[in-house]
Design a protein around this ligand. Sequence first.
Ligand SMILES: NC(=O)c1ccc[n+]([C@@H]2O[C@H](COP(=O)([O-])OP(=O)(O)OC[C@H]3O[C@@H](n4cnc5c(N)ncnc54)[C@H](OP(=O)(O)O)[C@@H]3O)[C@@H](O)[C@H]2O)c1
Length: 237
Amino acid sequence: MRKILVTGANRGIGLAMVREFLATGEFVLAVARHPERSGELRQIREGDYGDRLKIYAGDLASEESLQSLAREITSFPGQLDTLVNNAGVFPEEGTEPFGDLDLGHLETAWQVNVRGTLRLTQLLLPLLGKGHSPTIVNVSSGAASISTKDHSRQYCYGLTKAALNHFTRGLAAELRSGGITVVAISPGWVRTDMGGDQAEITAEESAQAMVRTTGKLTLAQSGEFLDRHGKTGVYAW
Ligand SMILES: NC(=O)c1ccc[n+]([C@@H]2O[C@H](COP(=O)([O-])OP(=O)(O)OC[C@H]3O[C@@H](n4cnc5c(N)ncnc54)[C@H](OP(=O)(O)O)[C@@H]3O)[C@@H](O)[C@H]2O)c1
């Protein structure tokens, strides 16, 4: 049984990944900004897999909250095998021309998608260092791609996901010798609050594929930008 931490675990893809990891027999640390408001997580804890689920509070936009989360997690002896950096925000409309763009959205997106994600990863690295085939999965997006950026706006969101990919590649290089695998995975276009009703797949479909891919990752794939099925080349850098 692997010990897996998922951020943004209270809804959308994160919640579906929690369900899927539990169904495949893993132990899950579910991190949510307001866990007390998440009926779904509480329901899972009261169900069949509840003894393999721990729920934590963690706000990626707050240094204090991240430090307290890391303290709580590291106070238990043991290791962390997989960190799924799933929580994210898409604060802009995504269709506004650059001239009309509120750059405050960049700060909002940066705080969560980049700063908070990097900081949590930094705080949990010692635990991952003790993990079994440790893996960091950064949930990225097709919007991260620079070489195919010839169609859409999404400036703030895209910039932060491109930064997350940059981080993925750099950290993979640094941690390879220590046996830690780091990848960026795009979940697809998913019907969630962020993806909207018109998206192609359900959160369950995305999560099933991502959980399967996460379970099969090897160090040879470290530094790659994968689709949810684990394929390279579907999303261009
Ligand atoms: N849906 C898609 O089509 C799609 C496509 C490509 C990539 N992605 C990526 O997939 C990931 C999950 O997206 P989703 O579609 O499931 O989005 P979502 O339904 O909007 O859920 C976002 C999750 O992130 C959490 N979050 C936001 N700000 C946070 C903060 N400051 N601290 C902690 N958690 C925070 C939310 O918690 P609260 O409930 O507290 O706000 C929520 O659990 C994101 O990284 C997203 O960029 C999604």
